[in-house]
Design a protein around this ligand. Structure first.
Ligand SMILES: CC(C)(COP(=O)(O)OP(=O)(O)OC[C@H]1O[C@@H](n2cnc3c(N)ncnc32)[C@H](O)[C@@H]1OP(=O)(O)O)[C@@H](O)C(=O)NCCC(=O)NCCS
Length: 157
């Protein structure tokens, strides 16, 4: 297990680290302009960074808090740091933070073929509640819509 420090992204100069992880992880990565716009959406949009002992940002998780719902937009870890607990640490932190902000349930979309993420979310109490057909491009694929009811229960343990 990697020990990591989790911190809120608060300034534009931290976006480069997120973009590097986006580009290493997704076929349609979010852009700097998208993250700059998110930064302006205070009170709704949050992005947490995971920093390892060496001070390197190795993962991030972004979400919107909309009324009592937490909408997780992106979760990713640098390929060489995967499977060391960073994704779990981020997700646990985000669920706790969402609860602190007043959310009672959480949702996200995941590619049907993304077994790694699906297993992680399942471990955190998420279950499939819907399908958006051909939602993703590059390659075209269905999105599974996952929900978790209640954020108070211990997650991922
Ligand atoms: C999904 C992702 C964020 C997981 O991050 P991670 O730091 O590797 O996850 P963790 O080390 O905390 O893994 C926790 C558990 O998830 C499951 N898991 C994670 N990666 C897995 C893999 N490649 N194969 C099978 N199970 C996996 C396992 O149950 C794992 O527990 P274990 O290692 O004790 O078996 C990471 O694989 C990633 O960045 N993928 C690319 C981006 C992505 O698909 N994001 C999700 C978009 S919805």
């Amino acid at each position: 297990m990697t020990t990591c420090r989790i911190e809120l992204l608060t300034t534009a100069d931290q976006i480069d680290d997120v973009l590097a992880i986006e580009q290493a992880s997704f076929t349609n990565p979010w852009t700097r302009d998208m993250y700059l716009a998110e930064l302006e959406n205070r009170g709704v949009s949050y992005c947490f960074l995971a920093r390892n002992d060496a001070g390197r940002v190795v993962g991030f998780c972004s979400f919107w808090r909309i009324l009592d719902e937490l909408h997780i937009n992106n979760l990713a870890v640098l390929p060489e740091h995967r499977r060391t607990g960073v994704g779990s640490a981020l997700l646990a932190h985000v669920l706790k933070e969402g609860e602190r902000l007043g959310a009672h349930r959480a949702t996200l979309e995941v590619r049907r073929s993304n077994d790694a993420a699906r297993l992680l979310y399942e471990r955190f109490g998420f279950s499939v509640r819907g399908v958006r057909q051909a939602y993703y491009t590059g390659p075209v694929e269905d999105a599974l819509v996952l929900w978790r009811e209640g954020l108070t229960a211990a997650a991922g343990s």
